[in-house]
Design a protein around this ligand. Structure first.
Ligand code: PEP
Length: 266
C-alpha cells in the first residue's frame, strides 16, 4: 500500500487584495470549508493582510501562509520581513523561491536555500517552488533545471528535508491559462520524488508532499489531482475567487475506495 499523503491546497494571492477585500475572500472560503478536514487548506495573502486573514480563519482548520521572508531573524534589512515576524502573526507556512521572486527579484537557489533554513528555524513549513521556463522545456532541459533547483535550494537540510513541501510550477503555465497536462505534471512530479530520494532517501521522498501550480482551475483540477504523485495545488489566479478556490479544494478530497479507509490510494 502506498504512503498516505494528505492533499494540501494553498492559495497564493500575490500582490492582490486590500485588507477589507482579503477579509471578505477569507470569510467566503471559511464559510464554505469550515467543515473540510480531508484536505489541508492554506491561505497566503500579502503581508499587509496576514493579521486580518489570520483573525478570520482563527479556530478553523485553515492555516495561514506568507509569500516570502528574509533569511535573517532581524536587523538592518529595510523593507524585509523575518520568519519570527511571520510566526508572530500565526503563520504556519511560507512560499519560497516562487518563479516571480526568482525572475523579478533575482532570487538564486542559494538565497532560497538560506530562506528555507531560516524558515525551518522559525518553525515555518516552507513550500519551495521549482519549475522550468518554456525555453528550457523546448530544449528538453526541464529535468536538468528542476533537479538543479532542488539540489541547491534544498542543500544541507539533513533530516529536516522531510519537513519541506515542494511545488512544481512550470513557469510557462503560471498565470498564462496554459496548464501542464496531467501526464506532463505527473512525469515531473515522479522525477522530483526520485530526485528528493537521491537527496534524502526513498522514505523521505515517499512522504513528501508535492504540489502542482500553474493555471490550476476547477475544470482541470480533478485530472491533475488524480495523478499519483500530485499531492495538491498551489493556486494563483483561481485563489482570488471564493467559488473557484473552494471547487479546487473539493476536487482534492480523496475518493473513498471500497474496503479501504478514506484517502487510501491503491
Ligand atoms: C502561482 O503563481 O503560484 C500560480 C500557480 O499562479 P496561477 O495559478 O495563476 O497560474
Amino acid at each position: 500500500m502506498k504512503k498516505f499523503r494528505k492533499k494540501l491546497v494553498a492559495g497564493n494571492w500575490k500582490m492582490n487584495k486590500t485588507v477589507a477585500d482579503a477579509q471578505k475572500l477569507a470569510d467566503g472560503i471559511k464559510d464554505a470549508l469550515a467543515d473540510c478536514r480531508e484536505v489541508d487548506v492554506v491561505l497566503c495573502p500579502p503581508f499587509t493582510a496576514l493579521k486580518a486573514v489570520g483573525e478570520v480563519i482563527d479556530a478553523t482548520s485553515i492555516k495561514l501562509g506568507a509569500q516570502n521572508m528574509h533569511w535573517e531573524a532581524s536587523g538592518a534589512y529595510t523593507g524585509e520581513i523575518s520568519g519570527s515576524m511571520l510566526r508572530d502573526l500565526y503563520c504556519h507556512y511560507v512560499i519560497l523561491g516562487h518563479s516571480e521572486r526568482r525572475s523579478y527579484f533575482g532570487e538564486t537557489n542559494d538565497v532560497v536555500n538560506r530562506k528555507v533554513k531560516a524558515a525551518l528555524g522559525a518553525k515555518l513549513i516552507p513550500i519551495v517552488c521549482v519549475g522550468e521556463t518554456l525555453q528550457e522545456r523546448d530544449a528538453g532541459r526541464m529535468q536538468e533545471v528542476v533537479e538543479s533547483q532542488l539540489v541547491h535550494s534544498l542543500a544541507d537540510l539533513g533530516e529536516r528535508l522531510g519537513e519541506i513541501i515542494v511545488a512544481y510550477e512550470p513557469v510557462w503555465a503560471i498565470g498564462t491559462g496554459r496548464t501542464a497536462s496531467p501526464e506532463q505534471a505527473q512525469d515531473m512530479h515522479a522525477f522530483i520524488r526520485e530526485a528528493v530520494g537521491k537527496l534524502g532517501g526513498v522514505e523521505t521522498a515517499s512522504k513528501m508532499r508535492l504540489l502542482y501550480g500553474g493555471s490550476m482551475k476547477p475544470d482541470n483540477a480533478v485530472a491533475l489531482l488524480a495523478q499519483p504523485d500530485i499531492d495538491g495545488g498551489l493556486i494563483g489566479g483561481a485563489a482570488l475567487e471564493t467559488r473557484a478556490f473552494v471547487e479546487i479544494v473539493r476536487a482534492a478530497i480523496p475518493k473513498r475506495e471500497p474496503g479501504l479507509p478514506a484517502g487510501t490510494v491503491e
